[in-house]
Design a protein around this ligand. Sequence first.
Ligand code: UD1
Ligand code: PEP
Length: 416
Amino acid sequence: MDKLIIRGGKPLHGTIRVSGSKNAALPILMACILPKGRIELTNVPRLADIRTTLKLLNILGCQTWFQDGTVTVQCDELNSHAPYELVKTMRASVLCLGPLLALLGEARVALPGGCAIGSRPVDLHLKGLEKMGAKFELAEGYINGTTNGLKGARIALDMPTVGGTEHLMMAAALADGETILENAAREPEVVDLANFLNACGARVTGHGTSVVRIQGVSRLKGCSYTVMPDRIEAGTYLAAAPITGGELRLENCPAAALDAVIMKMREMGVSIEPDGDSVIVKRDGELRCVDVSTTYYPGFPTDMQAQIMALMCLGKGAGMVEENIFENRFMHVMELARMGADIKLKGRTALVRGVDRLVGAPVMASDLRASASLVLAGLAAQGTTEVQRIYHLDRGYERIEEKLRAVGADIERAKE
Ligand SMILES: CC(=O)N[C@H]1[C@@H](OP(=O)(O)OP(=O)(O)OC[C@H]2O[C@@H](n3ccc(=O)[nH]c3=O)[C@H](O)[C@@H]2O)O[C@H](CO)[C@@H](O)[C@@H]1O
Ligand SMILES: C=C(OP(=O)(O)O)C(=O)O
């Protein structure tokens, strides 16, 4: 297992290019099952989750090639079994269920894993597919699904689930008739998937609003498509400049998709100025603690909660961080405390009181964004921080230590 060793206290200066979005690329790759014909995706990040997805596509019968950020996929003969070994590491792999049902009328997909941040059921995915005419049995950790043909339906989601909205959009793309998704997720990655499906010949409208309409078509064709930049990777580097007292230019930064994060950071005393497709970020006076409450897009994203908390650890005053999406997404709190942070946890809320300094310590990464918050804290801390179990980080951050080293961080990867 790898760990990161960070000797902190060095202000970061320079340019970081934001990679393609993991959370857009994963569902788009799963949707590559649907079209007949070759698909070329550019701006795909080199991440553990992408490699896992490509392996899963191979097992499902697709041919894949991945070079220099471009993935080519061709799926001719499909088979319907997604095994536990691959699905367990990555929740997004459950998204192959709907496309397989649409194309083959049957699918056997292991119940998914993913980050340990809550129970993360897929009941809304299954309920929606059932409304479209699928039947499911759960046995031995597998979802066994069958259908005599998916049919368009009106589906009102109990909550605007991102994966659920994506899953049902994919299945509906080849269903018979119109599907209307109400209370749909509005996240930019949902919009990116809809744009990809439309580039393949699907008829999706309303994406980016809470009512998405999908008029089923009989077949989809191949296409070329560029994946959107990663708003959460960008947000993490937005925090890296002020936490170290440096100044960064982030190229290819999806600023519009980061509105809520940028507004909060400005409230904290961070200057973020757009410059074409880049932003320039630095501290603007003293850092201040603020209140943050995670919610659905366009609100403050849960995937940035741990990183903004790391930044608040060094702010003046106190602020409340409320986590409203996942019930167990505060695993970074204990680790940040080991570095000298003052955080009190009560249920879904963390009270952060800013301290003058953090001190390096050995810490354990528990999930993807918790790991990112520990790296940020380590960059700012005095002394050496060792972040253990960084395989979580490798799921979502492309070449993180290279990118940070290039802007002046003292960070290296070593074996645990
Ligand atoms: C690969 C990917 O894109 N992951 C993102 C996606 O995850 P994911 O798609 O899993 O997140 P959802 O929006 O589905 O989950 C939101 C909430 O709904 C609950 N829920 C969801 C589905 C369901 O069938 N039943 C149910 O109860 C979940 O447990 C959670 O509490 O959106 C999350 C919320 O923005 C992000 O944190 C993840 O980074
Ligand atoms: C929680 C995340 O990913 P996943 O849904 O793949 O576990 C994330 O990207 O922060």
